[in-house]
Design a protein around this ligand. Structure first.
Ligand SMILES: [Zn+2]
Ligand SMILES: [Zn+2]
Length: 175
């Protein structure tokens, strides 16, 4: 578990009670604005916030969830490993069915609870797997000495060139 996990609320806040929509019948929808503080979406996904409009529509087969959400991501820059805080937009759209044999994560249970956590987690993992950069042109770490090349320079690349020159010179000199 991450050290700051204490400040993150449980993913219970992502469980929506949609019983009223189920009784309302097909064709009804409900719009709301999501505004969730730092939340532990799953053991591998922590978000600083989730906000934005979300629409729940009652379809024949279940509930269609559509959202245009902004999520706050904290991660390491994948080139230089510095901590990065980013706001990313994700679009979610998924039909939560009464029976989805192939997709048990996105299903409605008898208690009228719809759990958004697996859906938000899946989208966040896509974003995270692409990797987040601290800046557009992050120079990363020197593979030789680990210097953060955004702030400092090192001579490793130069030494590599010097070495090749030396070897070339030796060849030319016939040593
Ligand atoms: Zn970086
Ligand atoms: Zn170096």
């Amino acid at each position: 578990m991450k050290p700051f996990a204490n400040n993150y609320v449980s993913n219970r806040v992502l469980k929506l009670n949609i019983g009223f929509l189920l009784t309302a019948g097909p064709g009804h929808s409900h719009d709301s604005t999501f505004d969730v503080p730092a939340v532990r979406v799953a053991d591998d996904v922590f978000l600083k916030y989730i906000k934005g409009p979300i629409r729940l529509s009652r379809a024949k087969e279940g509930i269609l969830v559509q959202g245009d959400l902004e999520i706050g991501i904290e991660d390491e820059c994948y080139r230089c490993l510095e901590p990065v805080s980013r706001s990313i937009n994700i679009k979610i759209e998924e039909l939560y069915g009464y029976q989805s044999p192939g997709n048990a994560e996105f299903r409605l249970y008898d208690d009228g609870i719809l759990d958004l956590a697996p859906l938000v987690r899946a989208e966040a993992l896509i974003v995270l797997s692409r990797g987040i950069l601290c800046r557009e042109n992050c120079k990363g770490l020197c593979p030789e000495c680990g210097t953060n090349l955004n702030y400092e320079t090192c001579d490793c690349a130069l030494e590599g060139i010097d070495l090749r020159f030396a070897q070339l010179k030796e060849l030319l000199d016939g040593k």
